[in-house]
Design a protein. Structure first.
Length: 570
């Protein structure tokens, strides 16, 4: 895959819902719902022109909901095991079915999804969906499974807590009651709660799936292959056959890596281009999930996000940013970087930065620091603040995934389907343009395929070092470039400086002799350094001795970062 992967995550339920002033905890009739058919060629074309390569469609599988479709044999779930009126998209009720909320004609919901898939592909974009292997809704029952496929739990023996070929874990002799919903015997809850009294803070709307691990003594029973492994592998193959291009694997770390190795190998044999992204939060397991499990990319939350967030809010020094790449030990190209997704708080919310512009330096780092995939969450580019409580989801700085609600700032861009941003404020227009610029830069060399050199150690005595971060991106063959050739071949060396304090406008950044040697510059070299087009500053003609002592003078733009290109003068 030659191009940089740029993923745009959107929930169809929310993204095109143009309803004004939604009711708190409102129904689908009161608050509306986006549809597959709303994601028109116009919408997709705009996303493509923005620089997106993949669309992550969140919440497309049929999941537990309070909305009833009795004429289509789709009954609502008990409200006692549904989070919100719309329900969690991660409490799946049928792995083989589509959420009927997203269709115009419920009986034709799969056809409408297939049409959307074809529209996206026709614009040269790829589609990622969620694979949710760890848990299902408490009332899981597939009505759309292919002929010959047995439902999860259909042949389970509920008289025992664990059996290798059971699909669920049971609590024999225990009775679960949540409101008016009852379960006998009780099943283990999705977040590994093995008792019949899950709390409101547990994943009480879901049940845990058994992959052959006996949690009573933590022994593995993987030989012969557990029944669940083949059922879940078949689900993946079903969606690959539909034309899906990749899977974001929900809570992948809760599933044994042996299952991933078994399934991904078989999926890749079917289609080598399918990508697998693991939601994984334990850095000590990264290499195992990549090398043994077969994943293409991993979430970089425990490193990049968790380190960068306090830097953005002024609670931590930029000196800590170096820990990101140091801890990864060369795995940087495999890490998916983001500042927002459906689990995290919005940058613009009062729970995070309180101002969407404060996320731009962090996004510049995500886009330009390494060559792994970049994720943009819908609404981030227009400063969606997720203000107030939507219903089940309280005022927590997150756009609700549980409620029928709207994203008012995206509505201003969507403009009833025109997608021209006609209702955006001037500030939002500029914010969206800055994100577009970063996506464009992230997709160019050397950002998309170059090497990385951290300049922190050479600038630690800079009075602004706690709020700035500087590094070089270059091609490994930069040392072989001579004369004006570097410039003519696309400026293979970038000096990138990022400030997390907008009061900082001008800086001098030293580049150590060690870095210059790697880049192929000799002691008697004179180097032209100029800002990339569109960035402020003047071209400088500097001696090596000036660069290593006084440094390169840079002028930051309004987004808090600058890129300078360098090459030997002819």
């Amino acid at each position: 895959m030659n191009s940089r992967i740029i993923i745009y995550q959107l929930m169809p339920r929310l993204f095109t819902n143009n309803r004004r002033d939604p009711v708190h905890n409102g129904s689908i009739l009161e608050n509306g719902c986006g549809k597959f058919n709303d994601l028109t060629n116009r919408v997709i074309e705009e996303l493509s022109e923005y620089g997106i390569t993949h669309i992550w469609l969140t919440g497309i599988l049929r999941h537990a909901t309070t909305t009833d479709y009795p004429n289509n044999n789709l009954k609502s779930s008990s409200p006692d095991i549904v989070k919100g009126k719309a329900g969690s998209p991660f409490a799946v009720t049928d792995y083989y079915d589509i959420d009927p909320d997203l269709s115009i004609s419920v009986p034709d919901r799969m056809d409408e999804f297939n049409s959307l898939l074809n529209r996206i592909h026709s614009h040269g974009l790829k589609v990622i969906i969620d694979f949710i292997p760890n848990h299902v809704s408490r009332d899981y029952r597939s009505v759309q499974k292919p002929q010959g496929v047995l439902d999860l739990g259909a042949l389970d023996d509920p008289s025992v807590s664990f059996k290798r070929d059971n699909n669920f874990y049971y609590l024999p002799g225990q009775f679960l009651r949540i409101g008016n919903y009852s379960e006998s015997p009780a099943k283990a809850t999705g977040n590994d709660v093995f008792n019949s009294n899950p709390s409101v803070n547990d994943w009480y709307d879901t049940i845990k799936i058994n992959y052959g691990i006996d949690f009573s003594d933590h022994t593995n029973h993987f030989d012969p292959i557990p029944d669940t492994w083949n059922k879940m592998k078949d689900i993946l193959q079903f969606w690959v056959a539909k034309g899906i291009d990749g899977f974001r694997c929900d809570m992948a770390g809760m599933i044994p890596v042996e299952f991933w190795a078994y399934s991904i190998q078989r999926i890749k044999a079917q289609n080598q281009e399918i990508i697998f992204i693991a939601e994984l939060y334990e850095p000590e397991r990264y290499r195992d999930f990549l090398e043994s499990g077969g994943f293409d990319f991993l979430y970089d939350k425990a490193g990049f996000y968790d380190i960068l967030r306090p830097v953005i809010t002024g609670q931590s020094s930029t000196q800590n940013i170096s820990r990101i790449w140091q801890s990864l030990e060369g795995l940087d190209p495999k890490m998916l970087r983001f500042l927002e997704n459906h689990d995290e708080q919005r940058i613009a919310s009062s729970h995070f930065a309180g101002d969407p512009r404060k996320g731009l330096p962090g996004m510049a780092l995500a886009a330009l620091m390494n060559k792994g995939p970049l994720l943009l969450y819908s609404g981030q580019e227009v400063g969606e603040p997720a203000t107030g409580s939507a219903g089940f989801s309280g005022d927590d700085g997150r756009t609700s995934i549980f409620d029928y609600t709207t994203m008012p700032e995206i509505q201003k861009w969507y403009a009833g389907g025109k997608c021209d941003g006609s209702f955006l404020s001037p500030e939002q227009y500029l914010l969206r343009r800055e994100y577009s610029s970063l996506i464009r830069l992230a997709s160019q060399s050397p950002a998309k395929d170059g090497a990385f050199y951290d300049l922190t150690w050479a600038n630690g005595d800079n009075p602004e070092s706690d709020r700035t971060y500087a590094f070089i991106r270059y091609h490994p063959d930069a040392a072989n470039v001579r004369g004006g050739e570097a410039g003519s071949r696309g400026y293979k060396i970038w000096l990138i400086v990022i400030s997390f304090d907008w009061r900082i406008r001008n800086l001098n950044i030293r580049i150590p002799a060690h870095a210059l040697e790697i880049l192929g510059f000799t002691d008697d070299s004179r180097i032209l350094i100029s800002p990339l087009p569109g960035f402020p500053g003047e071209t400088q003609n500097l001696l090596i001795s000036q660069i290593t002592t006084r440094g390169v003078k840079v002028e930051l733009n309004q987004a808090g970062y600058v890129i300078c290109q360098s090459f030997l003068p002819a």
